[in-house]
Design a protein around this ligand. Sequence first.
Ligand SMILES: [Zn+2]
Ligand SMILES: [Zn+2]
Length: 335
Amino acid sequence: MLPDGRRIGAHLPLGQGMVRAVERAHAIGLDTLQIFSDNPTAWHRRAEPPKELPAFRARIVELGMGPIAIHGAYLINLAGSDSTLVERSGAMLATELRVAPAFGARFVNVHLGSHRGTDRATGTARLAGEVARVLADVDDGPDAARLVLENSAGSGDGLGSSLEEIAGVVDALAERGVPAARVGICLDTAHLWGAGYAISDPAEVDRVVVEFDRLIGLDRLAMIHFNDSRAALGSNADRHEHVGAGSIGAAGMRAVLTHPGLSHATYYLETPGMDEGYDAINAARVLDLAAGRPLADLPAEAKEVKGSRSRTHPAPDPETTDEPATDSRGRPRKP
Ligand SMILES: [Zn+2]
Ligand SMILES: [Zn+2]
């Protein structure tokens, strides 16, 4: 936790054990974690909850960790043009929301999605209609998780690469009577950068915060994915980098980390090499940034972190990857 109470977490793999992931997060000074509830690249969902789930939840409570976030399956696209896939996505999202309380999760985070060759207005209407339908179908008790929609870098037909587009989605949800309390927003800093927000400059961070508040309302900002980027500004590319070691850099990342307007949001690292020791390195870099300390040089091999180098998002947990990964159209992914 930062001195101002700001909470910091990371997306940690569960493949080595769920309780072990909680212990690891705690040991490296984090306050919470983001996880996958199941294989994020398959439509198939496990029939039974993981055996370690009660122990996981108990340890989270004991250590005062939270708010826990579930990153929804990557296949979920509520904005698409294929109604079968949109329905399947809605059912998958409903499953994520329904299992969230068993994980002690307060947030279920999904990407805003892609309109898949229609247009932004059509995609926005699809997304809002589907979210309204799913939320009407999922219990809203005191343990219910909040759906958190994440900005995109703008590749393909991705919705939500600008604050104006996110505001359009928020307005479309309000028109459908979706309570504001049930849907929050996640800003991924690497996606902001890919979308053309020059947040390497603290003045631009200020401007983004002011604009977010004007267009959407800062009370809707629930999560920040705190990633540096190895993509070019405005390239629409989404390539995560170690904190302060990418094209956003230390000054911009520090401005996001310490901005008074963002202190109510929870920060989650989605940086490379989480299972190779870089979880601790990036957690330490966050604390150094917050304290105004200069960042240490990364180990020389940091650019060569296996497995994460070409990935744009957290990798599936090995134990949950029990069937061939498919892309969002259900076709096998190319390696
Ligand atoms: Zn993200
Ligand atoms: Zn990303």
